[in-house]
Design a protein around this ligand. Structure first.
Ligand SMILES: [Zn+2]
Length: 506
């Protein structure tokens, strides 16, 4: 699909002269497409112009770099959320803090009445992924510290920049409706949005635009990823001297190990859509003391339909292990439970139109040189950054499992789709130092800026084109008949505010 030629036709030349003021952040020149040009109406031009201004680019770029440096893990993102809140507050957004029982969760709203358009934004890091910026080989900034291995430093920032651009355009063009930014903590541990949804904070939202950093500029629709139950199994045994009187002890670690053996045998009889992985978070203090307590943390992943059946069978493995070892299954603590992502087609099509309108950033020679050096180190094809936007991704015919996102729960509450923006070179690996090193500096600024433009333009379409929004809502209402939402969180489950604190300290 062609993109607009930003420099060719007089009808858009004036606005685009301003846009191209900062050459480093201009988008690619492209072909001529009447439909896209007609879609570049004033409210969208205003948002693009604001986001293209060199002061704006720098402000949000620096913000993403700061969050990169903070590298705060899930539910500990105090400085990261504060920096986004401050930017939104300065623009007159009303801020609700400490949402859904999570101190780093917030909702920023501007405007009033319908429609209500939501933008999601994450900002948490991953443990032990510290890495120096723009360094094409593994070299931790602080050994053992956390790092932004999934680009979330750019994502919360892109969503915030977009929300502010939309608000400014609403003011300039006298548009009615409400724009909301959902500051969503702890996505990496699949927690934040499950609790936000359960709290009902998306109840009045008509449509939601999610975003994620990627090497592509892309969106899609249909069911993707896996649902998850994240759960800790803790066993209690009886301690004893492991050499002098082992017969009087009952090892809780034995129970954990036997449970793991049982679940590994269970795999043979599960659907190939499943994923199951665990870490032992507490396996005792020393070999010469029979462990009185032991805990194993499981991620159980399956389709929405099969997840709970698999979970029951894993509980049976735990019970069997306790019986065999003479220990007790002390607690089963569910940390989170989330659904597969069900992306709305109308939303994805609305995002896709704006992907084609905005196009890819123009990468500099030095950015591509860094990308190629990094690609060489990690064994990826040495082709630098992507230069073309991707076509609309359709649902895959065969669902074969995979990773998960807590956006899943949101997608069953309101029409939702995700924009992937180009925050990394091609071939870079997620949850890996190669993502950390490339998510900083000029190329990251360009990627998140292009993402913010697509999000802002999509939000403005949804605010101003009532027929488009009505069609999206009708599709969602029809789909919801067969996919009513029911939280996977057991009643009374609370966000584990001390989870990362516990993991870091231990
Ligand atoms: Zn992520």
């Amino acid at each position: 699909m062609k993109k607009i030629d930003r420099y060719a036709k007089p009808c858009i030349t004036i606005a685009l002269f301003v846009l191209s003021g900062s050459l480093a952040f201009s988008q690619k020149k492209a072909g001529d497409d009447k439909a896209l040009k007609a879609d570049l109406y004033k409210a969208k031009k205003d948002a693009i112009e604001f986001l293209s201004d060199s002061t704006t680019v720098r402000k949000f770029g620096k913000m993403a770099d700061s969050i990169w440096h903070f590298a705060e893990t899930g539910l500990q993102e105090f400085r990261s959320s504060a920096i986004l809140i401050r930017a939104l507050q300065q623009e007159g957004f009303t801020i609700e803090k400490n949402v859904a029982g999570m101190p780093t969760c917030f909702v920023a709203s501007w405007g009033s009445g319908k429609p209500v358009i939501g933008i999601l934004g994450e900002f948490d890091a991953l443990p032990k992924l510290s890495q120096k910026a723009l360094t094409p080989y593994q070299d931790p900034l602080i050994t053992g510290a956390s790092g932004h291995g999934c680009g979330h430093n750019m994502m919360g920032t892109a969503g915030t920049a977009a929300a502010i651009a939309v608000k400014r355009s609403m003011v300039a063009n006298n548009l009615s409706g409400t724009i909301k930014f959902f500051g969503s903590p702890a996505e990496e541990i699949l927690i934040g949005k499950a609790y936000m949804v359960r709290e009902g904070i998306f109840r009045d939202v008509d449509a939601i635009i999610d975003n994620h950093s990627s090497s592509e500029m892309q969106t899609g629709y249909g069911v993707s990823g896996n649902a998850v139950i994240s759960v800790l199994f803790s066993f209690k045994g009886k301690t004893a001297h492991a050499a002098a009187a082992p017969w009087s002890g009952r090892s809780a670690l034995d129970a954990v190990e036997l449970m793991d053996v049982a679940t590994n045998f269970l795999r043979e009889h599960l659907y190939n859509t499943h994923r199951m992985h665990y870490v032992i978070t507490d396996g005792g203090a020393a070999p010469n003391i029979v462990p009185e307590r032991a805990t194993v943390w499981y991620y159980l992943r399956e389709t929405d339909e099969r997840l709970e059946e698999m979970y029951k069978r894993v509980i049976d493995c735990a019970k069997g292990a306790a019986l065999a070892t003479g220990t007790t299954l002390d607690t089963i603590k569910v940390i989170s439970g989330i659904h597969q992502k069900h992306s709305n087609r109308g939303m994805a099509e609305a995002i896709q139109r704006n992907i084609e309108l905005i196009g890819m950033p123009e990468w500099s020679e030095s950015e591509n040189a860094f990308a190629k050096a990094l690609q060489k180190t990690i064994g990826a094809e040495e082709k630098g950054y992507n230069v073309k936007v991707s076509p609309l991704k359709e649902p895959s015919a065969v669902q074969t499992g995979g990773a998960s996102t807590d956006v899943g729960d949101v997608s069953l509450i309101a029409p939702t789709a995700t924009l992937n923006f180009p925050g990394a070179p091609t071939g870079v690996i997620g949850h890996h130092w190669s993502t950390v090193t490339s998510g900083y500096g000029s190329a990251a600024w360009k990627g998140l800026n292009a993402g913010a433009k697509v999000i802002a333009c999509t939000a403005l379409d949804l605010l101003t084109k009532s027929k488009v929004l009505e069609a999206i809502k009708a599709e969602f209402a029809e789909y919801s008949k067969d996919h009513p939402f029911r939280s996977f969180l057991p009643g009374g489950t609370k966000p584990p505010l001390d989870l990362n604190r516990y993991l870091i300290e231990n």
